[in-house]
Design a protein. Structure first.
Length: 274
């Protein structure tokens, strides 16, 4: 009898535990539908930073094109990207036609990546995107690009005010290889080191009081005013609002020094802290 009861209890336990988490996925915004050129650029990225991009998950976004490619052309692009060493895993959200293309390609749609490129509240975006939750609208407001002549707080600042000045996330222990820490809608402060193969992500700025040997991605929802600060710079990759540099692109004279990283227009800047 005891054995039968044990079997009954065990049958209620799931065979797999499914959770929704934050993942750092590269987003490829296609601006020129030249398959050979796109594949060559991806192959170059993989060769320059194989630990980051070899077999790396990529979301393909056709929103930069005047028209969607047909299924055969899109499939040829996905095959070329796979041959170059990347793994296309989804399409970025667009229109109903884009959704149909994703279905025919056997890929899911991910909505969040489009928010980093398109202004919130545009007519086309309103027609293309599904109804957003309050949290999604807040994130979209943070992602909207700056406009000249605007008065009042920036979208990210307005969202922070609406949240009542939500405090940043503090990580006291080291972030080890394979681990990821994500600060949603706030800054991230790491009091220890970020190890090689580890990843820290924040929608705001990132402050690291130990060595940065892994990856740091600030302004993850498109906040171009976010910054990265660290006491000892050995990063595999740093990124702000999607603009990134890998180890091979980083100034050798800054390695091991205290630095800050910020965006100047579309240029990622890195400089030593005084």
């Amino acid at each position: 009898m005891a054995k039968a009861q044990g079997a009954t209890v065990a049958s209620f336990e799931p065979a797999g535990e499914l959770r929704i988490g934050q993942v750092g996925i590269a987003n490829l915004r296609v601006r020129t539908l030249d398959i050979d050129r796109l594949a060559a650029e991806m192959r170059d990225r993989v060769q320059r930073a194989p630990k980051l991009f070899a077999r790396g998950a990529v979301v393909v976004d056709f929103g930069g094109l005047p028209a969607l490619p047909d299924v055969a052309t899109a499939r040829a692009l996905l095959d070329a990207l796979r041959e170059a060493g990347a793994l296309p895993v989804a399409l970025a959200w667009g229109s109903s036609e884009n959704e149909q293309l994703a279905i025919e390609l056997g890929l899911p749609l991910l909505a969040k990546f489009r928010a980093q490129y398109e202004p919130a509240g545009g007519a086309q975006a309103a027609e293309a995107a599904p109804a957003a939750s309050p949290a999604e609208r807040s994130r979209a407001a943070e992602a909207a690009p700056a406009t000249s002549g605007r008065t009042g707080p920036a979208p990210a600042e307005a969202a922070a005010l609406a949240r009542g000045g939500e405090p940043g996330l503090m990580q006291a222990s080291a972030v080890r290889s394979g681990q990821q820490v994500y600060a949603e809608n706030r800054d991230l402060t790491v009091l220890a080191a970020v190890g090689a193969g580890a990843e820290v992500i924040a929608d705001g700025s990132i402050h690291i009081y130990g060595a940065l040997r892994g990856r740091a991605l600030a302004g993850a929802q498109g906040n171009a005013k976010a910054r990265i600060f660290c006491r000892e710079f050995h990063a595999e990759l740093v990124a702000i609002a999607g603009h990134y540099k890998v180890l091979e692109d980083l100034p050798a004279d800054l390695r091991g020094k205290p630095v800050q990283v910020w965006l100047d227009g579309d240029q990622l800047k890195i400089a030593a802290l005084d």
